[in-house]
Design a protein around this ligand. Structure first.
Ligand SMILES: Cc1ncc(COP(=O)(O)O)c(C=O)c1O
Length: 419
């Protein structure tokens, strides 16, 4: 047996009929491994969140743009949002129609916005001046505005997207100016959206943000869509038994709010959410290999191929990912140690799991980084000219499919023009 079944991935059956050692042997390391069953479960949980007829889920593709995963997400009936023409191109390749893509713009160029408009994709703007740009490009058009009602929440200050300290959205002081610009170009304010931040595990802030936004929506008679953002957190500390966000009471409260709003507003406006992380984080384990173990003065290190070019979240947000250790011969040394799991990038901060108390790690072990599906591959890079990893999918039929090949050295040279 190459690994122990009392680990989180043993309990949730993540590996199905395969195992991490076989996968790393066959596809190399590091390797992003996805489980289709878990991905579909998360899509369905979001899709069934509320009891309101005109409710849709826009998957926020920035979390993970793998084409095969996007196709599964589309099959589950979700729509998508996009931040760039690049995301739109991948979403179109995954089969999403223009009418099921929502462009959430932030500081975009007129050329980019014009192209999105040309494609017939609904645009959300997040400042008065970008509304002006939209008006110039598409006078008389329908547009969504991103409001910042003052509520923010998130697992780290860098992912709080509502409130006073963020670059996002239009604050209440500017609502009159926004209407003036909208009237100047004969625009129809048919959508309102907000996003308060990412990674919350309690519902209070989301409910408060929703309540405030719905109050504001009463002042906009032409609404076709209200988009409430994403941000639903996932338990990154599963090994310690961290609770999940309790969706049932959240869904019940939202259903009640939506129905009351529809009654007061006089019609059932479409209401959307745009979760990213919740859909894709937990269906993925990132596998890496331990190539060195060492002690430097009083600190123990396990040196792996999991540099921050592969997964940047721990370095960027001090984010926690549970780690599991898989040993090809299955032997347990019975020892535990405090160890930092580090990568192979030439930076002191290149640490995936600092000072963890873990079973002893030996050279040749595999490390599994849990819940790595959101903002993992999509934030990976070629820093230190390292190759980005491959991605494989364990399908619901139990097959393993390569869904993105590992970078090749030629890829690093591909963009250079000769001089
Ligand atoms: C506008 C918007 N929508 C959706 C998301 C997705 O958030 P999450 O992945 O936390 O659900 C983000 C994240 O930054 C966002 O800014």
């Amino acid at each position: 047996m190459p690994y122990r079944y009392d680990l989180v991935t043993g309990k949730n059956g993540f590996w199905e009929n395969t195992d991490p050692v076989r996968l790393a042997d066959q596809y190399g390391s590091p390797l992003y491994v996805y489980n289709e069953r878990i991905l579909r479960e998360r899509c369905r949980e979001m899709r069934d969140l509320v009891d309101y007829p005109n409710f849709h889920v826009n998957y926020s593709a920035k979390a993970n743009t793998n084409l095969s995963l996007l196709r599964i997400i589309r099959e589950e009936g979700l729509y998508v949002d996009a931040m760039s023409l690049g995301e739109i191109a991948i979403e179109e390749a995954a089969g999403f129609d223009a009418k099921h893509i929502f462009f959430i713009s932030n500081n975009v160029s007129p050329e980019e916005m014009a192209e999105v408009i040309r494609k017939g994709i609904y645009v959300g703007v997040d400042s008065v001046s970008q509304l002006e740009m939209f008006g110039q490009l598409c006078p008389g058009g329908k547009v969504c505005v991103r409001l910042n009602t003052g509520v923010g929440a998130g697992h780290n200050a860098k992912v709080v997207t509502g409130g006073h300290e963020t670059k996002f959205g239009i604050d209440p002081e500017l609502y009159d100016e926004m209407r003036r610009v909208s009237d100047k170009y004969g625009l129809h304010l048919t959508g309102i959206n907000q996003h308060i931040g990412s990674g919350f595990l309690t519902s209070e802030e989301f409910l408060e943000g929703t309540r405030r936004l719905l109050e504001v929506c009463m002042d906009y008679p032409e609404l076709e869509t209200i988009d409430l953002g994403g941000g639903f957190g996932i338990p990154y500390h599963k090994a310690d038994g961290q609770d999940r966000l309790d969706l049932a009471p959240l869904g019940a409260e939202l259903s009640k709010m939506f129905k009351e709003f529809a009654a007061a507003y006089g019609r059932e406006v479409e209401i959307k959410i745009e979760p990213g992380r919740y859909i894709v984080a937990e269906c993925c384990v990132l596998l890496g290999t331990v190539y060195d173990t060492k002690t430097v003065y009083e600190n123990r290190f396990a040196g792996t191929d999991l540099g921050f070019n592969v997964l940047v979240r721990p370095v960027m947000y001090d984010a926690w990912h549970d780690v599991e250790i898989y040993r090809p011969n299955g032997e347990d040394t019975g020892k535990r140690q405090v160890v930092s799991v580090v990568g192979n990038i030439c930076e002191s901060g290149d640490t995936i799991a600092p000072k963890r108390e873990l079973p002893e790690i030996l050279k040749g072990d595999l490390i599994g980084v849990m819940d790595a599906g959101a903002y993992g591959y999509s934030m990976s890079s070629n820093y230190n000219s390292r190759l980005r990893p491959a991605e494989v999918l364990i399908t619901t039929e139990g097959e393993v499919k390569l869904i993105r090949r590992r970078d090749r050295l030629e890829d690093l040279l591909a963009g250079f023009e000769t001089c």
